[in-house]
Design a protein around this ligand. Structure first.
Ligand code: COA
Ligand code: MG
Length: 297
């Protein structure tokens, strides 16, 4: 497990660039990432205005200090290339590519960014929302192992997946595909974010979706409404029970009699060094959350 700084992506809120009110709110929201959307939430006749509004916002002092991602239209669409170039000029942390079907879509965007002299720090995120993206999850994610390809994060897009595959939108139907996204992301060492919960009024449904996504291994969740930020931040952060258990494991291995041991017993359970690594990673993540929250206070 690496000691590189932890980038928290517990909550990534879609903010429609076509909605002036929503744009004006973005700076003061406490989500870990903001995904400004030029795609699904902007109607064809709104696309150009949305892009221009976003450009204005991001060059003003209303620019959020969070991780900034811009979701563009597909490069194959009439808006895609212009979106990509405009987004690059807005200096986001990442560009989210919709309707990815295979590794070539990532490579094409990467090439276009290289041609536009984009810095290597500008990352690509991929929407996993077509049936081909699930079939090709491993080769898509694999590009994340090559820093030159810019791929940093996979985002599940459940509404499009349901539409395209014609399944009933039930969690048991989606689960095998979501787990493929998680596995592909982990194999490549990149982050994976869960899809949205359309019901933004029922917070019980939302909390259950977050817990479910966390248990599947997702690093965070994409959101559609500001009311979803606080619960997502809480559920994707280590809980106080998990933190206490992690500290007990670290303490057990640091006892003089255990320092050379690979396996110790803790409250009737076997603990190996891999559990110590997991415990240390969880403590680092909890520290990252605490630092971020201190910064926000
Ligand atoms: N980002 C920023 N602000 C948002 C927001 C968002 N995603 N969603 C709602 N708000 C703001 C509203 O503008 C409103 O502001 P106001 O109090 O100044 O009027 C406030 O939060 C409360 O909103 P509310 O009245 O509860 O909801 P709504 O009916 O205005 O909006 C949606 C509901 C679903 C239309 C809206 O949340 C939305 O557009 N979400 C994102 C959709 C999207 O991006 N889809 C594509 C990706 S899946
Ligand atoms: Mg979509």
């Amino acid at each position: 497990m690496s000691d590189s700084p932890i980038k928290l992506r517990r909550s990534a809120l879609y903010v429609p660039a076509s909605n002036e009110k929503a744009l004006a709110k973005a700076r003061d929201l406490s989500c870990d990432a903001v995904i400004f959307d030029l795609e699904d939430s902007a109607a064809p006749e709104e696309k150009a205005t949305a892009r221009e509004r976003l450009r204005k916002l991001l060059s003003s002092d209303m620019r959020p200090s969070r991780e900034i991602i811009i979701r563009i239209n597909p490069l194959s669409s009439e808006w895609g290339t212009e979106d990509l170039l405009a987004a690059r000029a807005m200096r986001p942390d990442g560009i989210l590519l919709p309707k990815v079907e295979g590794p070539d879509d990532i490579l094409a965007a990467d090439e276009a960014l290289d041609e536009a002299d984009a810095p290597p720090s500008l990352k690509l995120w991929a929407m996993m929302e077509t049936s081909r993206s699930i079939v090709n999850a491993a080769p898509i994610a694999e590009l994340g192992r090559n820093p030159a390809a810019r791929l940093a994060c996979l985002v599940a897009g459940v509404n499009d997946l349901v539409k395209e595959t014609r399944i009933a939108p039930l969690r048991e139907n989606l689960r095998p595909w979501l787990m493929q996204i998680v596995l592909a992301g982990r194999a490549a060492g990149i982050d994976v974010l869960a899809g949205v919960t359309n019901n933004f009024r029922d917070m019980e449904v939302f909390a259950r979706d977050c817990s479910d996504a966390r248990s599947m291994g997702f690093d965070g969740k994409t959101l559609i409404h500001p009311a979803q930020i606080y619960p997502a931040n809480a559920i994707f952060a280590p809980s106080s029970e998990e933190l206490a258990e992690a500290r007990r494991i670290v303490e057990a291995f640091s006892k003089p009699e255990n320092q050379e041991k690979n396996v110790v017993a803790l409250n009737g359970r076997m603990m190996e060094r891999l559990h110590l690594e997991q415990a240390r990673a969880l403590i680092r993540r909890a520290q990252a959350v605490e630092e971020l929250e201190d910064r926000d206070d």
